[in-house]
Design a binder for this molecule. Structure first.
Ligand code: DGY
Length: 325
């Protein structure tokens, strides 16, 4: 009986790595179709397809909850092509002996570029300026128009000082920002950024970047009380997961003018596509459709890393990047 590897999309960048590994393993690859006009598989189709899979190459948004995992008796590994494993029930996976892996080491620079792009777009009101020109509303040199705030000299506070946070810190330093991060016992001193407690960090940050994983401890870390600690006119950027921020509190702070701006690549509930959704229409808010790691090379590297995890587990070895211990 040949092992079956489920790819939860019809195709992904770097899928040749999967085909090669499958050939080495004597395994079959099952590619899950998506409905016309959709980018993600229907949850019921995903659930049905996992039933006879030995391995799943999943995207970070794929829901592999207790019901899906318990309905898959052959499953040995869920290899997420990404770093966030918040949609996988890690407790049930552990109970069932299903390994869960991710892909550190390949996406931090790309995600940090996205974070820095959001900082610049939000702080300098660049999307508003682009929209004005595209709409044919550029009426000439107005010395009072589109005045944003400089990033040089601004205080950058980073929540989440893993590899993405550290890559954001290097960029911030390159742009002349004063860089600090939320203290973390395991983060080595690097001379780029100084560690601070949450309250002190928020009180002294003109720009906050969230690069935390979503866990029960980090959910809602930026709520109204936390936002109130920021100096007036600050900017919040989130490239981690949407629920790190209490969205209603963020939108209220933007509407009241307490916050200058925000940049979000991630949302509580994705995808968000209703043009009347408040996130599309709140002044000062720049939105991106979860493209943090979306470069050709990085997406291929993520697939390759996920495939290496699958290959190890199917061979009975320890995977290179376990996310379950
Ligand atoms: C991740 O790595 O978790 C990102 O969300 C993928 O883009």
């Amino acid at each position: 009986d040949r092992p079956r590897i489920l790819l939860t999309r019809p195709d992904v960048a770097g899928s040749e790595h999967l085909d090669r590994a499958a050939a080495r393993l004597g395994a079959d690859v099952v590619r899950l179709p998506v409905a016309a006009g959709a980018a993600e598989p229907d949850p019921s189709a995903l659930r049905a397809a996992v039933v006879d899979a030995d391995a799943v190459l999943a995207q970070p948004g794929d829901v592999l909850d207790a019901g899906v995992l318990r309905g898959a008796p052959r499953l040995r590994v869920v290899a997420v092509a990404g770093v966030g494993v918040d949609r996988v029930d890690l407790d049930v996976a552990r109970e069932l002996g299903v390994r869960v892996t991710n892909t550190p080491g390949v996406l931090a620079e790309t995600v940090a570029d996205t974070a820095m792009a959001l900082v610049l777009m939000a702080r300098r009101r660049l999307v508003e300026a682009t929209d004005t020109m595209r709409d044919g509303r550029w009426t000439g040199a107005d010395p009072t128009a589109f005045l944003g705030h400089d990033v040089a000299g601004a205080r950058l506070g980073i929540l989440g000082y893993g590899e993405i946070g550290r890559a954001v810190a290097r960029r911030g330093q390159g742009f002349g920002m004063q860089v600090r991060h939320l203290e973390r016992p395991s983060a080595p001193a690097d001379g780029v950024s100084s560690p601070l407690g949450l309250e002190e960090l928020l009180r002294g940050s003109d720009v906050v970047v969230l690069a935390l994983p979503l866990t029960p401890q980090t959910r809602g870390v930026l709520d109204a009380a936390a936002l109130d600690l920021l100096p007036p006119g600050a900017t919040v950027v989130n490239v981690g997961r949407g629920p790190l921020v209490v969205e209603a509190d963020l939108l209220a702070a933007l509407r009241s003018g307490r916050l200058h701006s925000a940049g979000l690549d991630v949302f509580d509930g994705e995808p968000r596509s209703d043009p009347d959704d408040a996130v599309m229409r709140t002044p000062g808010l720049v939105v991106l459709p979860h493209v943090g790691s979306a470069s050709v090379a990085t997406r291929a590297a993520m697939t390759r890393a996920a495939v290496a995890n699958i290959e190890a587990v199917v061979r009975g070895d320890e995977p290179p990047a376990p996310a379950d211990r």
